[in-house]
Ligand binder design. Structure first.
Ligand code: 3Y8
Ligand code: NAP
Length: 248
């Protein structure tokens, strides 16, 4: 008898939850509690941290979880590391549903950096209009470069004053190419800062940047521990011993 735990918070995780519900597999969907009103799921849903590796291991045991699916965002590195450790401790089968990173294509002007702290050193010296498409949690380093004109994009309205003057767009995505082109043009954006999230939900800004000749400072993905990793919902369903209407 399967009882799966889905570590969610992405478009892929939502697609997986729909397939799992359709197949009648018992499962719990988990959000970290980062946003005020996360999307509803067709599965019983829990919201909030587990309390570290030990908390996740305890949850797995007490909730009778038989399979863990890490469908978190590629930058949710701490959650993914905890999933590997807790599944090792409890002997729980683990699979990661992770989309491939975006790859640079001809016409892309990318400056690839290892992490958000490396960005400020590659920003232009003279004042520029910069779109920080990296959410809310990691914007503090940009306070050291207040001479730029920043546009931020958050899922929820900011609760506290920002560490520097900026214009905030409140939108949860997924985003469209036309919408991104319009936003970038009307704001005269000259630089974009983005994480290499992969997937379709945030790709439009990258395509729009190429079309407008805007350079992108692209944050490379954090290294994650080795674990079974697939890129499609169908492969996860197959791992669970189910065929899907997705034709796999
Ligand atoms: C709470 C669930 C769907 C899922 C939407 C995907 C696509 C849009 C790309 C930009 C980049 C960013 C951000 C982003 C993307 C999808 C997907 C994706 C980037 C929601 C969601 C949760 C979160 C958390 C949130 C972070 C923030 C990051 C905004 C729901 C909407 C910038 C990542 O305010 C905060 O604290 C927000 C925190 C982690 C990164 C950050 O550091 O601020 N996602 N995003 C999940 C949870 O609580 O477990 O609210 O419904 C999910 C989605 N975010 O329904 O189609 O699948 O990847 N999310 C980045 O790429 O840098 C937006 O603006 O162009
Ligand atoms: P993170 O830094 O890897 O995780 C920090 C802590 O948050 C984890 O140790 C865990 O707390 C809790 N947590 C994270 N995801 C959780 C989940 N799905 N269910 C329960 N607890 C969770 O995570 P993050 O980067 O802030 O991402 C948080 C959520 O937003 C994830 O669901 C992720 O998929 C989604 N998301 C993140 C990004 C991004 O850019 N990071 C983009 C889109 C969506 P405990 O240690 O207490 O268990």
């Amino acid at each position: 008898m399967i009882r799966a735990l889905i570590l969610g918070g992405t478009a892929n995780a939502s697609l997986l939850a729909a397939e799992i519900a359709r197949a009648g597999i018992e499962a719990v969907y988990s959000y970290g509690g980062r946003t005020r009103a996360p999307a509803d799921q067709p599965l019983p849903t829990r919201i909030g941290g587990f309390g570290g590796v030990a908390g996740l291991a305890d949850y797995i045991r007490h909730a009778g979880i038989t399979h863990l699916i890490d469908a978190t965002h590629p930058f949710a590195a701490e959650m993914s590391r905890h999933a590997v450790e807790a599944c090792t401790q409890t002997g729980t089968p683990l699979i990661a549903l992770e989309r491939a990173p975006w790859t640079k294509t001809p016409g892309d002007s990318w400056v690839e950096v290892a992490d958000v702290n490396a960005i400020v050193v590659v920003l232009p010296e003279s004042p520029a209009k910069i779109f920080l498409a990296i959410g809310r949690q990691h914007i503090a380093p940009f306070a050291t470069k207040p001479h730029h004109v920043y546009t931020l994009r958050f899922v929820d309205p900011p609760e506290a004053p920002l560490p520097f003057a900026a214009d905030v767009i409140v939108s949860r995505g997924p985003f469209t190419l036309d919408g991104e082109l319009e936003m970038l043009r009307t704001r005269g954006i000259a630089w974009i800062v983005a994480r290499n999230s992969g997937g379709a939900g945030a790709r439009a800004k990258i395509d729009a940047a190429r079309m407008l000749g805007i350079p992108v400072i692209m944050i490379s993905r954090p290294r994650l521990p080795d674990r079974l990793r697939v890129e499609s919902v169908a492969e996860v369903m197959h791992w669970l011993g189910h065929r899907t209407c997705l034709g796999a």
